[in-house]
Design a protein. Structure first.
Length: 241
């Protein structure tokens, strides 16, 4: 079994894989090896991979390296695709992992991965297995927070279902502006990519998938565990060395 750990700015996300399939997931807001030790005590873990955006993950990396066949995902790690990003050292590991998973799921196809989380990230992997890059824009929560933070009177709101265009009060106006604006942005970006890659597939992942259900005009495939899948592929690819 494989232990896949993804440490973000606020959450630690862990998945246990068996023969390429997730058997259990874990989420914690504490950056500690204790979570991994408790998981490893329940499963016969043989290999482990760590992807981290924080600087204080050395203790976790040390534990994994000492106990399992270990891969730490960095810009120097071997990957099964070609990376044409000009600054690979600044590329988010989650973006690259998602592209790798997309290429594995749909080989020989151009795929646009849209990760709707804290930020909305667009990443293009070509039919030839080349990662070209993409775009980053503010996520839904970030847009609500920006309106509240950078104005004097607008309230701090969260995502809600919007079935109207014209807001009849301030709350509705904010919801309409943020959510309809996000949907229009995503559809517009997809259309621009499809003008260059007409047969392109679109995969949607990230914590805000549910906010996009039935809201986009373009056909998409929802893949909630895309980054986990990509990290597991990277782990297996490096274990073959």
């Amino acid at each position: 079994m494989n232990l896949v750990t993804d440490i973000g700015n606020t959450l630690v996300k862990v998945a246990v894989f068996d023969n390429g399939q997730i058997v259990e997931r874990f989420v914690s807001n504490v950056h500690s090896r204790d979570l991994l030790k408790s998981i490893a005590g329940r499963f016969p873990i043989k290999k482990a991979i760590l992807s981290s955006v924080v600087k204080d993950s050395a203790e976790i990396a040390g534990y994994l390296e000492h106990n399992f066949r270990f891969v730490e995902f960095t810009d120097k790690t071997r990957i099964p695709i070609k990376n044409f990003y000009e600054t690979p050292e600044t590329l988010g590991r989650d973006r690259l992992a998602g592209a790798i998973a997309a290429n594995n799921l749909y080989p020989g196809r151009n795929v646009l991965v849209i990760d709707a989380g804290t930020c909305i990230k667009y990443d293009l992997i070509t039919a030839e297995g080349a990662y070209l890059g993409g775009a980053i824009s503010p996520g839904i929560s970030m847009r609500f927070k920006a309106l509240h933070t950078f104005t004097g009177k607008l309230p701090l709101l969260g995502a809600s279902s919007v079935d109207y265009l014209i807001g009849k009060n301030t709350v509705e106006s904010i919801h309409s502006g943020v959510l309809n604006g996000v949907y229009a942005e995503v559809d517009g970006i997809i259309n621009q990519y499809r003008a260059v890659f007409p047969e392109m597939l679109v995969l949607l992942t990230g914590g805000n998938i549910s906010n996009f259900e039935g809201k986009l005009k373009n056909a998409i495939f929802a893949v909630p565990d895309l980054q986990f899948t990509g990290l597991n592929i990277i782990l297996e690819y490096n274990a073959e060395e």
